[in-house]
Write a protein that binds this ligand. Structure first.
Ligand SMILES: [Zn+2]
Length: 349
């Protein structure tokens, strides 16, 4: 994949709160169509692209990002909100957000200044339920005039930038990184037919419960279903390789087990087959065990009578923050690995 970083940057700066993924969905649809795929959208908003004939391989990347929604509007025009997806409360104060009314409007998650706090108050974590968003208006009436009401979606904004030559930081890398990989796979088959019926899916509503990919998998009924998401990488202070045996810049990670075994469990047979493919493609493959997190694969494996499923993760630091960090080379390696899987699948018994 040539322009991985540029595609990631474009996708990262887009806004797709869980349940309103249209901006990213439109981008994915356009990209898939430009590579010769036929594209449909289902009731929930999943983008389903198909190309080729034969056994079906489905590759899904969720398009939504962690977000918030308006809970109520105060008389003075501030927004109270609920979290949608896993957000660590201390990440909220100081955040710039976009409120998705008829028109998008910037807001800030604020707190009173330290100068106005007692010493004891300064030591406490402020919870999301006590915080508010300031959008620069003085009354509830003015806010409502903009079409902002309970349920209006809110997303974070953030810049995209380099930490070093290969590492980039930004918002919503979970899971625009996976979407970038899916774009890379589409590009790889832009000028040729895949040896399978290749179904690339931009899925919705992952952050609040792995919903969209499950629905798409039911509809497509693939012979092999793969979820592409990000996965935790060690390296930050307090995180050791013993706890998280996956590192940045070391290639894609294959989840052997998700959610401490309450989600996806990959069979030994599948792991060995994928290891052989990685070796052949000259891509290093890391093994991952997830104690608590789960990807769409945890839902996809249990659709219909059970699906042959794999979960591939691109290593990432600081998940669910506005400063998620990845090594761009891992995206390129993941595309290469998945191409190997697609090419090898017709021979798999
Ligand atoms: Zn996530």
């Amino acid at each position: 994949m040539k322009n991985a970083e540029e595609t990631l940057k474009t996708l990262s700066l887009m806004h797709a709160p869980t349940g309103q993924e249209d901006e990213v969905a439109d981008f994915m649809e356009k990209k898939f169509k430009s590579c010769g795929f036929s594209v449909t959208r289902d009731t929930l908003g999943n983008v389903i692209a198909r190309k080729g004939k034969g056994r079906k391989v489905l590759i899904a990347s969720h398009m939504d990002e962690i977000s918030m929604a308006v809970k109520s509007i105060t008389e003075k025009g501030f927004l109270k909100f609920v979290k949608v997806g896993g957000i660590y409360d201390p990440m909220l104060i100081g955040a710039r957000v976009i409120v998705h009314a008829k028109e998008r409007r910037m807001g800030v998650v604020a707190s009173k200044a330290p100068h106005q706090m007692e010493n004891e108050e300064m030591k406490k974590i402020q919870e999301a339920k006590d915080l508010y968003i300031d959008i620069g208006l003085a009354s509830k009436k003015e806010v409502e005039k903009l079409g902002i009401r309970p349920g209006t979606h809110i997303t974070f904004t953030g810049e995209f930038g380099h930490l070093n030559e290969h590492w980039v930081a930004g918002k919503a890398f979970d899971n625009r990184v996976g979407c970038t990989v899916n774009c890379g796979i589409a590009e790889a088959y832009a000028d040729k037919q895949p040896p399978v019926e290749l179904c690339l899916v931009g899925s919705v509503r992952e952050e609040s419960g792995l919903f969209g990919a499950g629905v798409a998998t039911f509809a497509v009924e693939p012979d092999l279903a793969i979820a592409i998401d990000v996965t935790h990488a060690f390296g930050a202070p307090g995180e050791s390789e013993e706890d998280i045996p996956v590192g940045l810049g070391k290639g894609p990670a294959l989840a052997v087990l998700e959610g401490g075994g309450y989600g996806l469990i990959t069979s030994n047979h599948m792991v060995e087959w994928l290891e052989t493919i990685a070796k052949k493609a000259n891509v290093p493959l890391q093994m991952e065990i997830s104690e608590r997190g789960a990807s769409d694969a945890s839902r996809m494996q249990y659709i219909r009578q059970g699906m042959l499923t794999a979960s591939v993760g691109v290593p990432l630091r600081y998940m669910h923050s506005q400063v998620e960090v990845i090594d761009v080379r891992d995206i390129v390696q993941t595309v290469k690995f998945l191409q190997g899987v697609i090419e090898a699948f017709p021979q798999r018994k």
